[in-house]
Each structure stands twice: as structure tokens, then as C-alpha cells.
Design a protein around this ligand. Structure first.
Ligand code: ZN
Length: 346
């Protein structure tokens, strides 16, 4: 067995790179295009980081899977209880706070611990610059995505710089944290650039965070990327967590758009509160029947230590694939082949 974990968050406070403190190097001395003033208020982003709330919408915006380091611990007893339930259900240890250097070392050790693990893709790492540093330091194991705010005035240039200069291999976005319709024409240059750079774009749709997360937003529904997927047929779009609650919509999207992929990452605990019975076996069967194993990518959504690489998710997903009849070759495609192809590893 060989595995590429296509969805990992390097432990960091900042989920989306707000451009702060990481201006693009000027192309020339006369280039003054970037003023360091994003369209969205940076103070708000900062505040959001500290409180887990968006100043404009009052919604929690950066909590993903209830496991973001630095995220505030929920005050509500029910929310705390749900978080504890999740930790207990997976027997996850208590989260440690680590320095970047220490976390990097710990990630490297995971490759010794799990010999089948060939590479991890850091979809966020607290900023494009550090993501690039990580990927460059250990190219045999680490890959990383750009993850800057798409509403930054220089978002397109940042993406080009991230891929061409910094060696990043994809672009990660959280649709419910973009306060503009994701199919807005003003974002088309970004999709055009990603398509030309031949990098996949990983976009989270559906509820953000565990219990207490964001459940409503203009971009909550995966179908909101439909027109973009149609307009940019050579752009590979990855929808994580099997569509995170939006199974019907994600299946429709995948059926309509052959350039849409899904990833399997996380505990997918949203399956618990769907209005109909759902489990990993059903999901693996449905997606295989609809789009085939060739558009399903394994991911774990691992982030903090000492949990590290969340092999429990892999174990569960592997079992589900075996029980619903995936061939060995299809399992290899999901665990390795699809990511290798999209990320041009072979
Ligand atoms: Zn994630």
C-alpha cells in the first residue's frame, strides 16, 4: 500500500493567509501595485482569528473540524460536550502546542512511523511563505498549497508567485469564508490563472467547523462553483469531505462537471446528523458509482500533535472501500494515483 495524504493542515493559528506580513516581493523598483491593503479589512481577519468570529457576519469563520490549534474552546456546555464526544470516539489525545520547527520534525517522524505514507499535502500552513519553506525543505515528503485570501487585490499575482516562484502545487480555499459569491465574475481571473498554471483548487463547501460551526453562507452549497467548473473545464476542482453534508449537491456537481473531484478527508462526523442514514460505505459506493474511483482522493485532514497522521481515518476508509468492493487497483488510485496525477508527481 502507498498513500498520499492530500489534505493536511500544518499546525498554525492562521488558516487562510490574509496577506499580512507577507507582501509579495516587488517585481521591480517601480512596481507599486501591492499596497498591502486587502479589500477585506485586515483588522477583522485578525479579530476573527482571536475570537473565531467574523466581525462582519458574526459567524465563526475559521473553525474546521473543531480541531484548529488556537481556536477558542467553546463556552457552551453542549458544544464542549460534542467536542469531547468526538475526541473520545476516536481516542484522540490532548492537543499540544508546538513551535513550527518542532511540528516540522514531528511530521517527518510520521513517515517513519507509517512507512506506507509517501507524501503529505499541506493545504494550509499559516501562510504561503511558510508553506513554501516546508515544501522546499523536504520535497520528498512535503507538498503544499497556496492558501491566501482570494479577495486580496493581488490574489492573482500571489497565486502566480506561489506556484512559479515558491513551488506550491495547488490552491486551498474555504468557500464559506469568502464574503462574495464564489462564481462572481471578479474572481474569474483567479480561476483562469489556476487553470493556466495547471494546479488543482481545493474548495471547502458545507458546514465549517464541528458543532457550533458555520452552517449558512452565500457559498455554503458546492453547486455554487458549478458555473466556474463549466467555464474552466481544464481546472481541477476538489471538493473535500465528500461534500460535507451536501451529498446530493456534490453528486450533481460531479455528474455535471468532469473536472470536479472529491476528497475523503476528516472524520466526516457530519454523517451523524444527516436526515437519512449515511456512512462511509454508502459514500464510497455512491461516489464510485457516479464518478468512478478516478476522481476520489484520500485525505485525512490531520493537523495537530500528538495525534499526527490520523491513521484511524485511513483504516476506516480502507475498510469501507474493501467492503463495498473496490478493486485493489481502485484503492491504489484513491490512496495514491489520483493525487499523484493531479499534483504531477509521476
Ligand atoms: Zn481541512
Amino acid at each position: 500500500m502507498r498513500v498520499i495524504d492530500s489534505h493536511v493542515h500544518f499546525p498554525a493559528d492562521k488558516i487562510i493567509d490574509d496577506g499580512r506580513g507577507e507582501p509579495l516581493p516587488a517585481k521591480s523598483s517601480t512596481d507599486s501595485g501591492w499596497e498591502g491593503t486587502p479589500l477585506t479589512g485586515n483588522e477583522e481577519t485578525e479579530k476573527m482569528k482571536q475570537t473565531g468570529l467574523s466581525a462582519t457576519t458574526g459567524k465563526a469563520t475559521i473553525l474546521t473540524g473543531g480541531s484548529v490549534p488556537g481556536a477558542p474552546s467553546p463556552a457552551d456546555p453542549w458544544l464542549r460536550q460534542e467536542k469531547e464526544k468526538w475526541l473520545r470516539a476516536w481516542r484522540f489525545p490532548k492537543e499540544e502546542t508546538l513551535s513550527r520547527e518542532e511540528a516540522k520534525k514531528r511530521w517527518l517522524l510520521e513517515f517513519e512511523r507509517y512507512p506506507y505514507l509517501e507524501r503529505v499535502v499541506f493545504v494550509t500552513a499559516g501562510g504561503n511563505n511558510f508553506a513554501a519553506e516546508l515544501a522546499a525543505a523536504h520535497p520528498e515528503h512535503f507538498l503544499a498549497y497556496a492558501h491566501h485570501d482570494p479577495l486580496l487585490p493581488d490574489a492573482v499575482e500571489r497565486l502566480e508567485h506561489a506556484v512559479k516562484v515558491q513551488g506550491l502545487r495547488g490552491y486551498k480555499l474555504l468557500a464559506p469564508s469568502i464574503d462574495r459569491r464564489i462564481d462572481d465574475r471578479s474572481l474569474y481571473p483567479l480561476w483562469e490563472t489556476a487553470q493556466a498554471l495547471e494546479i488543482p483548487v481545493l474548495i471547502h463547501f458545507g458546514i465549517m467547523g464541528g458543532a457550533g460551526g458555520v452552517a449558512n453562507h452565500i457559498n455554503i452549497n458546492p453547486l455554487s462553483i458549478h458555473d466556474v467548473a463549466k467555464a474552466f473545464p481544464h481546472l481541477s476542482i476538489i471538493v473535500p469531505h465528500f461534500g460535507c453534508g451536501y451529498v446530493f449537491e456534490t453528486l450533481q456537481l460531479c455528474w455535471a462537471c468532469p473536472n470536479v473531484y472529491i476528497d475523503t478527508s476528516g472524520s466526516n462526523q457530519w454523517m451523524r446528523w444527516m436526515p437519512y442514514e449515511l456512512n462511509l460505505e454508502i459514500l464510497f459506493r455512491k461516489y464510485r458509482e457516479t464518478i468512478g474511483a478516478g476522481r476520489i482522493l484520500f485525505g485525512s485532514d490531520s493537523s495537530w500533535f500528538p495525534r499526527g497522521f490520523t491513521h484511524a481515518y485511513l483504516d476506516e476508509q480502507l475498510r469501507a472501500m474493501i467492503y463495498v468492493g473496490y478493486l485493489e487497483s481502485e484503492i491504489d488510485t484513491v490512496l495514491y494515483g489520483n493525487a499523484a496525477r493531479l499534483l504531477k508527481l509521476s
